[in-house]
Design a protein around this ligand. Structure first.
Ligand code: RFL
Ligand code: PHB
Length: 396
């Protein structure tokens, strides 16, 4: 089998790239190791930036998002038993964010792809990418080796895009001699729950507390998504529903009128936190996009949006190659993306380290966090810096 662009991974990055290439008349094949139900139900991100919403709409995947997505104009920060709202449109020249879960983005893109898009193979496990060469101009074609329906197969590609997440194989195509990785593993995790109860706030609430961080988010007007900072290695089985609600109550507590509504918990899971970047994001005819190239801790809600931004740049570069014969944009792909990636890495690190309590944290460091939060509440410039980063920067 031969294709122009072989895409490894059918998460948001791979599925969106396939849609954008299809719309530009460029053929591709998507190889996804999991089955369809798994990809459609994997509980992950929940916030879409304006630019992610724009690309989903313009690519034809925005219909249900426009019907069911919740538009949010701000977030609330809590600390020291106080609450402060950050208003995005007034601080960013009109930008806002959408609550629409990654599971729903994937369902919409998969439905479109199976209706009229390029081939999307589930349970196709990629073993390796072979023949990536440093020279994009040579005729050498990379080959994807994979297994499907119990057989070993090969896919010959003009280009390969690794959208196979942090644990994927595509990153191995970049030789160790030129690869540089940067990493930070955090000394805490997030314990996430879904609960059948209307969210107790119209907007997301990010809470700093002496007991650790908590986040109130949502999936719909009737489903809440909540997170608690917990020690690494926490077993969800050790947390009864009552203990979870009591801990959330304690961390969100403010002076004044506010109640956290409780309801049946339908899912529990623990998520470790990591910052990671692998440079460069391309080697010869192989490109990396999304979590395959970089990971952020979820406190800034950037993971899914970074993946979307990468594939927008990449799809534009492939379209330019098709239309003009120039590989200039493809050559610039890694540098173009890394500028935005490092900004998001910094913002995600900033949100994480400002709002969480490190197990070894000193009283001095806690006072610095409080002082930083006070500054955001008292200065429109500090608030605008947060709002711009959260609602999404235009870089690349
Ligand atoms: P994905 O979504 O990981 O998709 C990669 C896809 O590649 C497949 N795959 C392979 N296919 C074929 N052959 C192989 N050898 C393969 N190896 C892997 C996988 O099955 C998968 O379908 O990466 P992508 O597309 O780059 O999208 C990125 C986002 O998923 C990610 O940034 C965010 O979801 C991060 N993230 C969160 N971000 C937030 O902003 N808020 C969150 O609450 C949040 N929760 C999460 C998360 C990431 C998580 N992971 C990866 C551990 C919760 C979790 C559990
Ligand atoms: C979510 O709804 O899952 C969510 C929202 C905001 C974040 C992280 C996760 O920063």
């Amino acid at each position: 089998m031969h294709t122009t662009v072989g895409i490894i991974g059918g998460g948001p990055a791979g599925l969106l790239l396939a849609r954008l290439l299809h719309n530009s008349g460029i053929d591709c094949v998507v190889l996804e190791s999991r089955d369809r139900a798994y990809v459609e139900h994997r509980q992950r991100a929940g916030i879409l930036e304006q630019s992610t919403v724009d690309v989903l709409r313009s690519s034809g995947a925005g219909e249900r998002l426009d019907r069911e997505g919740l538009v949010h104009d701000g977030i609330e920060l809590r600390w020291d038993r106080k609450a402060h709202r950050i208003d995005f449109p007034s601080l960013t020249g009109g930008r806002r964010v959408w609550v629409y879960a990654q599971t729903e983005v994937c369902k919409d893109l998969i439905a479109l792809q199976l209706k009229d898009g390029a081939p999307l193979l589930f349970e196709a496990q990629v073993l390796a990418v072979e023949g990536a060469t440093a020279n994009i101009k040579t005729g050498d074609r990379p080959v994807i080796r994979y297994t499907h329906e119990g057989q070993d197969k090969t896919l010959i590609c003009d280009y390969v895009v690794g959208c196979d997440g942090f644990h994927g194989v595509a990153r191995d195509a970049v030789p160790e001699s030129i690869k540089k990785t940067y990493e930070r593993v955090y000394p805490y995790s997030w314990f996430g729950i879904l609960a059948d109860v209307p969210p107790s706030s119209d907007e997301l609430v990010y809470a700093h507390s002496p007991r650790g961080f908590a986040l109130l988010s949502m999936r719909s007007p009737s489903v809440s998504r909540l997170y608690l900072q917990v020690p690494n290695g926490t077993d969800p089985a050790d947390w009864s529903d009552e203990r979870i609600w009591d801990e959330l109550d304690a961390r969100f507590a403010i002076d004044g009128d506010w109640t956290l509504e409780r309801g049946p918990i339908t899912s529990k899971g623990v998520l470790p936190m990591r910052s990671f970047v692998s440079e460069p994001m391309s080697y010869g005819r192989v490109f990396l996009a999304g979590d395959a190239a970089h990971i952020v801790p979820p406190t800034g809600a950037k993971g899914l949006n970074l993946a979307a931004a990468d594939v927008i740049v990449l799809a534009r570069a492939f379209a330019n190659l098709k239309d003009t014969g120039s590989a200039e944009l493809l050559d610039a792909y890694s540098d173009t993306c890394l500028k935005r990636v490092w900004r998001a890495e910094h913002f995600s690190y900033f949100m994480t380290s400002t709002l969480h309590t490190d197990p070894d944290q000193s009283a001095f460091e806690t006072r610095l966090q409080i002082s930083q939060l006070d500054r955001i509440a008292s200065s429109p410039y500090a608030a605008a810096e947060l709002a711009e980063n959260y609602a999404g920067l235009h870089i690349g």
